[in-house]
Design a protein around this ligand. Structure first.
Ligand SMILES: Nc1nc2c(c(=O)[nH]1)N[C@@H](CN(C=O)c1ccc(C(=O)N[C@@H](CCC(=O)O)C(=O)O)cc1)CN2
Ligand SMILES: NCC(=O)N[C@@H]1O[C@H](COP(=O)([O-])[O-])[C@@H](O)[C@H]1O
Length: 209
């Protein structure tokens, strides 16, 4: 049975969506733990209600990113992870961390990469006047939000949208594609070929919602 450790920084709604999908579809998977970079992360409460080990590694207690990441690696390895899922995790990870988990570290980004890497994606999408926005699940690499893309979902930008209404529409899409991407990984269906991810057997990796 494969084991997942999830890293969060906030409410953990993607973490919750993955766990609930796994429960509903009876995935043969162990949620070995969830780690937050600060104690105020509300997703920790959901983990506790589900009996999933909930751990805090405070990034502010570490003088350097490397020190924080070393503490994360130690805790993740202690919990045991075949897959590390970043779910609303808001810290840029160091090359050492990436190398340690290479090929088994994924993230969901609230934009259609390569558009709008980084932060404040919904505000930037509105500012840019795009007609479509969305979310991307990708393998995590040393560069920020530029790793091989596993799947994406697009949503329309509607008249009168503000960052909150757009974020809410994207979040619905996130909760649909992230569990699917995690299951594809658990089923061994993902192959990284350069900066592309091939899904075997083939099925759509782009969803227009
Ligand atoms: N090396 C990588 N680390 C991370 C990646 C990645 O692709 N490569 N993805 C991010 C997730 N992410 C966007 O999806 C993201 C998260 C955070 C930031 C950022 O600038 N963080 C600031 C702090 C912001 C805050 O605390 O509110 C920072 O780390 O200084 C950019 C992109 C996860 N890590
Ligand atoms: N750069 C990372 C990032 O911005 N992640 C975004 O944080 C939001 C909250 O996620 P959550 O509800 O799962 O905590 C989600 O929209 C997720 O895509």
């Amino acid at each position: 049975m494969l084991s997942i450790v999830t890293l969060i920084s906030g409410r953990g709604s993607n973490f919750e969506a993955i766990v609930k999908t796994a429960q509903k579809e009876r995935w043969p998977v162990k949620f070995a733990g969830v780690i937050a970079n600060h104690s105020a992360a509300r997703g920790l409460e959901f983990a506790r209600t589900e009996g999933i080990p909930a751990v805090v590694v405070e990034h502010k207690e570490h003088a350097t990113r490397e020190s924080f990441d070393e503490a994360l690696i130690e805790k993740i390895d202690e919990l045991g992870a075949d897959l590390v899922v970043l779910a609303g995790f808001m810290r840029i990870l160091t090359p050492g961390f990436i190398r340690h988990f290479e090929g088994r570290l994924i993230n969901i980004h609230p934009a259609l990469l390569p558009a709008f890497p980084g932060l404040h994606t919904h505000e930037r999408a509105l500012e840019a006047g795009v007609q479509e926005h969305g979310a991307t699940v990708h393998f995590v690499t040393e560069g920020v939000d530029e790793g091989p893309i596993i799947c994406q979902a697009s949503v329309p930008v509607r008249e009168g949208d503000d960052a909150d209404t757009l974020a809410a529409r994207v979040l619905v899409a996130e909760h649909q594609i992230y569990p699917r991407a995690v299951k594809w990984f658990l089923d061994g269906r993902l192959r990284i070929e350069g900066n592309q991810v091939k899904l075997q057997p083939q099925e759509p990796q782009f969803f227009k919602l």
